[in-house]
Design a protein around this ligand. Structure first.
Ligand code: NAD
Ligand code: ZN
Length: 266
């Protein structure tokens, strides 16, 4: 394992373009449950029953109540050392793109945490532009209109929960606001997906961390790097459908492994 870690670290250091794809496992170390863990359930509902346009059309109160619960849950959690190592890489060198399937906003919070600690500032004080973060499935802390293109960065406090709070409505067209996430049966934002696919194709190395690699099209992204001649590193305690294609498989938790391969030794 030590040898593999060393190999992975050298690969990251010598690669011009790096893509990191993350999934729910990276946030599991912060205490955010994955959908497939038993703590991922809410009132015995399966996510597939709630995270759909049909569920929202039928029963927006219950769907908002579930998202209000998930918002509270992620706001009680903090970015872990894996999020921080990725954020440090985005801030400290060029050619890094983060593609995440997570909707918990923890990558963004890690980035802001490090920026407030002064990371990513040149010696003359100029703030460097971090590498791109592409949120493939949106962000549950934001809301958007269910009909027009209005969006709300901060996300209004959702109603629901049986306390007679009215559900949030669009300031432009008065339709119901909804969480700004991609639901089962919906397409990803084509612009975001296109940028992610190009970044993966152009990358010298792709690190796939904490994803079961079964939800498409995200699961195919690391293979684009492989097909164009780049290397693939997988960080996951378990074997996934991607494992046979990985040049290096690091079995362990993201919070432990990512800092060891992304950060330069002291
Ligand atoms: P998943 O739940 O399908 O798989 C999680 C993967 O993480 C598994 O392969 C597991 O072995 C691995 N894992 C578990 N603990 C880990 C750890 N400590 N470190 C590294 N890896 C660990 O997650 P997915 O592949 O992201 O797909 C689930 C879908 O559900 C995504 O589309 C995502 O949008 C959504 N989701 C998001 C969140 C979140 O934002 N935190 C949480 C649950 C689900
Ligand atoms: Zn609207």
């Amino acid at each position: 394992m030590l040898k593999e870690l060393e190999r992975a670290r050298n690969l990251v250091r010598s690669s011009g373009r790096v893509v990191i794809l993350t999934g729910a496992g990276v946030s599991a170390d912060s205490g955010v449950p994955t959908f497939r863990s038993s703590e991922g359930l809410w009132k015995q509902f399966r996510p597939e029953e709630l995270a759909t346009p049909d569920a929202f059309a039928r029963d927006p109160e219950t769907v908002w109540e579930w998202y209000a619960w998930r918002r509270r849950l992620v706001l009680e959690c903090s970015p872990n050392e894996g999020h921080r190592a990725i954020a440090r890489l985005l801030l400290s060198r060029d050619g890094v793109t983060l593609i995440t399937q997570n909707v918990d906003g923890l990558h963004g919070r890690a980035l802001r945490e490090l920026q407030s600690e002064g990371v990513g500032r040149d010696p003359d004080g100029t703030v460097r532009e971090p590498g791109a973060t592409l949120e493939l499935h949106g962000n549950l802390l934001r809301s958007r209109c269910s009909v027009c293109s209005e969006s709300d960065e901060d996300g209004p406090e959702p109603g629901g929960g049986g306390n007679d709070t009215p559900l949030p409505r669009c300031p432009s067209c008065d339709a119901l606001m909804r969480p700004a996430v991609v639901w089962f049966g919906e397409s990803l934002d084509p612009g975001v997906l296109d940028r992610a696919m190009h970044a993966a194709q152009d990358a010298d190395i792709c690190i796939s961390a904490g994803t079961s690699a079964v939800v498409h099209p995200a699961a195919g992204i690391p293979l684009l790097t492989r097909e164009s001649g780049g290397s693939l590193i997988e960080v996951n305690p378990e074997v996934t459908p991607l494992s046979p294609f990985a040049d290096i498989h690091l079995r362990g938790a993201g919070a432990e492994i990512l800092p060891r391969i992304l950060e330069p030794p002291d």
